[in-house]
Design a protein around this ligand. Structure first.
Ligand code: 0PR
Length: 425
């Protein structure tokens, strides 16, 4: 282990082969998607073409369209393509670093739209912690709405929570823990009725829901076909097969997108408008997403989703056969909440970790993200590990679940909020 306190730059600079040797040795200690031991992560090994495209266009800066107009053009196409997936023919937006940035940007636009005095955001308890960051940054008041027995935001309670201070509603289409989809149709009606900004976080679900029906599974309405939806987060670096970093925020139309704009006058090309939080952005990510979308095409994404869903249902069924284990709820997309009756989720995760498996840990369950780097052959040994753990712990057959819980153990301390009293707007 290097002593970080005494570290300093190498006097003469190292030889390239020494740099590479050391990096390969050291980074080999990380988990890899190839090992297929990563079970809890919403990212996957990217599409190989998309990855090589990223490496090829490293010097492009999507933050300076005057210098890189062709990159800007590609980005507009990528936005149009993703817009078309989400029924947003007039969608505008930007590629960003990921779901966190997209969600912060959405609430920033919502705040600018609302003007002074309206700072309250209604969102489900299952919302990703990026909204806590956004609230802290912008001094917003979050009102977290409990989930129903299907782990979806209770729309009736959301309606009751509205107040004259409300500025936005957030719905999740593919929750971080279980992939649950909030009742976006009802939220859309609420947003329209009360002139509220409605942001849909489909960071994960955005590349799953549009293909589910064609893949043979039921889907849900969550996109711009619902008139109240103002913006959508959809992350190419999750189910979109693109390398990290690639997130995306789409606005319904130009009018809404302008709430995220900052004008910059001195960049190459003169007066320009930026619609992102960060300035310098990887144009390589734009090219990589363009490559993934074109390479896979609709058929490719349907295949990815169909394979992931088949594997998910198979795994859920196999888990159900192991005494003492169960899935928290019937999978909606390719995420499984795995629960042990007699072990806490942390304990279960650490027993799995001892056997090499990496899962995400929530309060009541561990999450398995059935991503494209997994297959039946690769998951059989995982089931063996579960059977071994079940054998150690003895048989337990029934399962009682507290309803409506999807709380991440690591939820940061935000000032949260309580359900407001019903007030007419
Ligand atoms: N919205 C939802 C619904 C998410 O699940 C996530 C992250 C985000 C927004 C934020 O996305 P970024 O992390 O791209 O900013 N969901 C994953 C999670 O928290 C992120 C992740 C992915 C974490 C891979 C670890 C990992 O190895 O589980």
């Amino acid at each position: 282990m290097v002593n970080l306190f005494t570290m300093h730059l190498h006097d003469a600079g190292m030889e390239p082969e020494d740099v590479l040797r050391e990096l390969s040795q050291r980074l080999a200690e990380d988990s890899s998607f190839q090992s297929a031991k990563i079970l809890g992560c919403m990212c996957s090994a990217p599409d190989p073409l998309s990855a090589s495209v990223f490496a090829r266009f490293l010097e492009k800066n999507a933050g300076d369209p005057g210098l890189f107009p062709a990159t800007r053009e590609l980005e507009r196409e990528v936005i149009a393509l993703m817009g078309s997936l989400l029924a947003g023919e007039r969608a505008e937006g930007s590629l960003v670093s990921g779901g966190t940035e997209a969600n912060i940007l959405a609430l920033w636009a919502a705040r600018r739209r609302a003007g002074r005095g309206r700072r309250q955001v209604i969102l489900p308890e299952s919302a990703h912690y990026s909204f806590d960051k956004a609230a802290d940054l912008m001094d917003l008041e979050l009102v977290k709405i409990p989930l129903d027995d299907r782990f979806q935001m209770d729309a009736r309670l959301a309606a009751q929570a509205l107040s004259p201070r409300s500025m936005a509603i957030v719905g999740v289409a593919g929750s971080t823990g279980l992939g649950a989809v909030d009742p976006i149709e009802e939220l859309s009606r609420l947003a329209e009725r009360h002139d509220l900004y409605l942001h849909v976080d489909a960071a994960f679900g955005g590349f799953v829901l549009p293909f589910l029906e064609e893949a043979g599974y039921p889907s849900r309405l969550f996109d711009f076909s619902l008139p109240g939806v103002s913006s959508i987060t959809i992350d190419p670096h999750k189910m979109g097969r693109a390398p990290i970093p690639a997130g995306c925020l789409l606005f319904r139309d130009e009018g809404l997108a302008r709430f995220a704009a900052t004008s910059v006058s001195y960049l190459t090309g003169g007066e320009a408008e930026q619609r992102t939080l960060i300035g310098t952005r990887p144009g390589a990510a734009v090219a990589a997403v363009w490559a993934a979308l074109h390479r896979l095409g609709r058929a490719g994404f349907v295949r990815v989703v169909r394979e992931a869903m088949e594997l998910t249902h198979w795994l859920a069924q196999e888990i159900g056969r192991i005494p003492g284990f169960a899935v928290v709820t019937e999978p909606v997309m390719n995420l499984i909440g795995l629960r042990s009756l007699d072990l806490g989720s942390r304990e279960l995760a650490s027993l799995l970790r001892e056997r090499g498996w990496r899962v995400a840990v929530f309060e009541d369950f561990v999450r398995i993200a059935v991503m494209p780097h997994l297959s039946r052959t690769k998951l059989e040994p995982f089931l063996e590990s579960l059977r071994a753990i079940a054998g150690q712990k003895g048989d337990v057959s029934s399962l009682a679940l507290p309803s409506g819980r999807e709380t991440a153990i690591m939820t940061p301390k935000g000032d949260g909020g309580t359900i407001g009293t019903k007030k007419d707007l």
